[in-house]
Design a protein around this ligand. Structure first.
Ligand code: VGL
Ligand code: ZN
Length: 212
């Protein structure tokens, strides 16, 4: 998938977690996170179908390092569903950090999916929580709307964008990640691992410039 893609009514743009806490000055800032906002706004204008996700945690969330005595952010713990990275407290429901970046054109969206609201389970993916079983409801929406190709943009490339793209691909959608409308956190080579994984799974990586 490359030059001159045309966007159809069967395509959806999935915009992941463009929230203040993932931008400069936020609690879990992704380097240059806010820099993608103009690109996301520009591309969103070309889509009929735009879905936003919003990371939306209760303050006692299991993924927050301060909720585990003696643990620091970016250490891991073992939970029933597997290894969980611990994060600084971020995107707490109702706080300014959980709001969308003020320049993001949220009115373009026809659906907002909130995720990570169960205190005992994290949710990177827009489709399934981190147990890879509990649905957010987005898969049902995409299927009922008969959408076929999922374009993904947002934050962070190597966590929520990656998991969302992989789950959409595993569910049978064509998936293309718009590389220059994403930014990564990059912990221990996680951006390189993300690109390898996309290649193995047949997830396309495209550039904004490929859209007419
Ligand atoms: C994210 C870590 C924790 C993300 C969300 O949006 O990539 N990363 N919560
Ligand atoms: Zn989170």
């Amino acid at each position: 998938m490359d030059l001159n893609m045309t966007i159809s009514d069967r395509d959806v743009l999935l915009v992941i977690d463009v929230q203040n806490d993932f931008c400069t000055g936020g609690a879990l800032a992704v380097p240059g996170g806010e820099k993608i906002v103009p690109a996301v706004n520009r591309i969103a204008q070309k889509f009929t179908n735009v879905v936003l996700t919003q990371d939306w945690h209760p303050r006692e969330h299991v993924s927050f390092a301060p909720n585990h005595e003696g643990k620091q952010p970016f250490q891991t713990i073992e939970l029933d569903y597997g290894t969980q990275m611990l994060w600084p407290t971020h995107c707490v429901q109702g706080t300014a950090g959980a709001e969308f970046h003020r320049e993001l054109e949220v009115l373009r969206a026809n659906l907002v999916v909130r995720k990570g609201f169960r205190h005992g389970i994290d949710s990177y993916s827009a489709l399934f929580e981190n147990d890879h079983k509990t649905p957010t409801g987005l898969l049902g929406y995409l299927r009922e709307r008969e959408l076929k190709t999922v374009f993904v943009a947002g934050l962070a490339l190597d966590f929520c964008v990656r998991f969302s793209a992989e789950d959409a691909r595993a569910a049978g959608f064509e998936v293309a990640v718009i590389e220059n409308a994403c930014r990564g956190i990059d912990l221990d080579g996680s951006v390189a691992a993300t690109h390898r994984s996309f290649r193995e799974r047949g997830i396309s990586v495209v550039s904004l410039e490929a859209f007419p």
